[in-house]
Ligand binder design. Structure first.
Ligand code: SIN
Ligand code: FE2
Length: 217
């Protein structure tokens, strides 16, 4: 009893919340990785700067993106794909740093998925007002592996629905260091991010950074 009281001091949120079968929110899971993680991200975005991709429908995405890993997710008027080469620099994406590999694998394991070895880490940058419409992550060949999604910087409202676009999504506030993992029967659930509210984060300033790890093939 006393131990339970201690665990909630300073943070009333449970450390692991199941939000669907195969899906969990791991509160603060990335915090112990932060000191290594943030400098690693700064190095990556120097090599592969953020850019606003164009959707196949011709829209410029409000979220700016880049990648690291052996494959990167890209969108252009011809469609969505994973590409080993950054189309903006014509070079391979920066490699996945060890700290990110460890964070992704240990979060996946905590969410119930052991042996997660992602090839791709999509890095999303949201400034106030930026949003991500409801979508499924379905450009991967391997749906057996989960999606691991790390939130950093300003808090966001994560929308998590079901297998149909029309399923009303539930709303979860994701804060700096929170990790969402979804796989198994929720691997193809629709999800998105509501327009980011303005604010100033102590470490990252006026933005939210999200890392989405995927096993592609
Ligand atoms: C995504 O679905 O790729 C990103 C989700 C998020 O930013 O939390
Ligand atoms: Fe997604």
């Amino acid at each position: 009893m006393a131990a339970d009281l201690f665990e909630t001091v300073g943070d009333a949120r449970p450390s692991r919340e199941t939000i669907a079968e195969g899906a969990a929110l791991l509160r603060g899971f990335a915090r112990p990785f932060e000191a290594e993680l943030i400098p690693a991200l700064r190095t990556i975005v120097k090599q592969a700067p953020f850019r606003h991709l164009i959707t196949p429908g011709g829209h410029r995405m409000s979220v700016a993106m880049t990648n690291c890993g052996s494959l990167g997710w890209v969108s252009d008027p011809s469609g969505y794909r994973y590409d080993p080469i950054d189309p903006d620099t014509a070079k391979p994406w920066p490699p996945l740093p060890d700290v990110l590999r460890k964070l992704a694998a240990s979060a996946a394991a905590d969410g119930g998925f052991h042996g997660f070895a992602p090839e791709a880490c999509l890095i999303n940058r949201y400034v106030p007002g930026a949003k991500l419409s409801l979508h499924q992550d379905k450009d991967e060949l391997d749906y057996g592996a989960p999606i691991v999604s790390v939130s950093l910087g300003l808090p966001a409202i994560f929308l998590f629905g079901g297998l149909k676009r029309s399923d009303t999504p539930r709303r979860y506030r994701l804060e700096h260091g929170d990790v969402a993992v979804w796989g198994g029967s929720s691997r193809l659930f629709y999800h998105g991010v509501a327009p980011l509210a303005d604010g100033e984060h102590g470490v990252l300033g006026r933005q939210r950074i999200n890392l989405t790890f995927r096993k592609v093939r």
